[in-house]
Design a binder for this molecule. Sequence first.
Ligand SMILES: [Zn+2]
Length: 147
Amino acid sequence: MKAGFSAKRISPTPSVAQAVTAKRRAKTASPGKKYTAIRRDLERQRKAMLAEVGEGLTNPNGQEALPDVSDQASAEADQNFSLRIREREQRLIKKIDEALDRINQNTYGICERCEEEIPYPRLKARPVTTLCINCKTLEEQEEKIRR
Ligand SMILES: [Zn+2]
């Protein structure tokens, strides 16, 4: 129990070496720049989705365009369907916003579970993802067990 105490010694760190490593780090890491293309994709997708949702809100009776909608049940089902779509869209827009936030804060592309960097091709394919493939697979397995 007392062993750790004597081993604790502060090693003098030369400030010059520290400055050099700091400089080198600043040179290699270009914050935000790495995901410029993804940021552009996200912003474009966000804009497109907002336009779509806006259309849905200003024209909620889209089925009026169809003649002879006599089946009340199917009309209701259609309405539920479009509502659900809107919910999904809103959720996705939120995810896009969060992804853009992460890019701004330089936390983008880090897996939420294992804190490893998510490979770029995965981010390009699914820019709103917060999990690497391994963790996503694990999560899906856990969800299956929970159900
Ligand atoms: Zn992970």
